[in-house]
Design a protein around this ligand. Structure first.
Ligand code: HEC
Length: 100
């Protein structure tokens, strides 16, 4: 029975890249400080997308997601995520920047 749910979840994730990336953000603990539409500890992902709309910032943001940093939004620092693979960091950043 459990495997049916797992298969269904996998199917849903494949059908919906947005949900798959949200699940990755959940798994990577990003949602402890960020929400898609509301500021929590960090800026909302939509605000990030708005701020950088039309700008070529993916590489910078991937570096910041992996290495951490502060000063773009305020004094609270974004923590480093050295355990995150480059691939996952890129996926998360392009998902965040695609939000509207
Ligand atoms: C402990 C809280 C915390 C966690 C966990 C966290 N963030 Fe952040 N994040 C922040 C804060 C605070 C900022 C604002 C930093 C600043 O002002 O430069 C931020 C900023 C960002 C930015 C914008 C950076 C910029 O220079 O504008 C991105 C993109 C981002 N976070 C993505 C992520 C992703 C992806 C994850 C999960 C891997 C994550 N964050 C996990 C707190 C967090």
């Amino acid at each position: 029975m459990k495997s049916i749910y797992v298969a269904l979840l996998g199917f849903a994730a494949l059908q919906s890249p947005v949900l798959a990336d949200q699940a990755l953000a959940q798994k990577s603990n990003c949602l402890a400080c960020h929400q898609v539409a509301n500021k929590v500890v960090g800026p909302s992902f939509k605000d990030i997308a708005k701020k950088y709309a039309g700008k070529d910032v993916s590489a910078t943001l991937v570096g910041k997601v992996k290495g951490g940093g502060s000063g773009a939004w305020g004094a609270i620092p974004m923590p480093a995520n050295p355990q995150l693979s480059d691939d996952d960091a890129k996926k998360l950043v392009s998902w965040i920047l695609s939000l509207k």
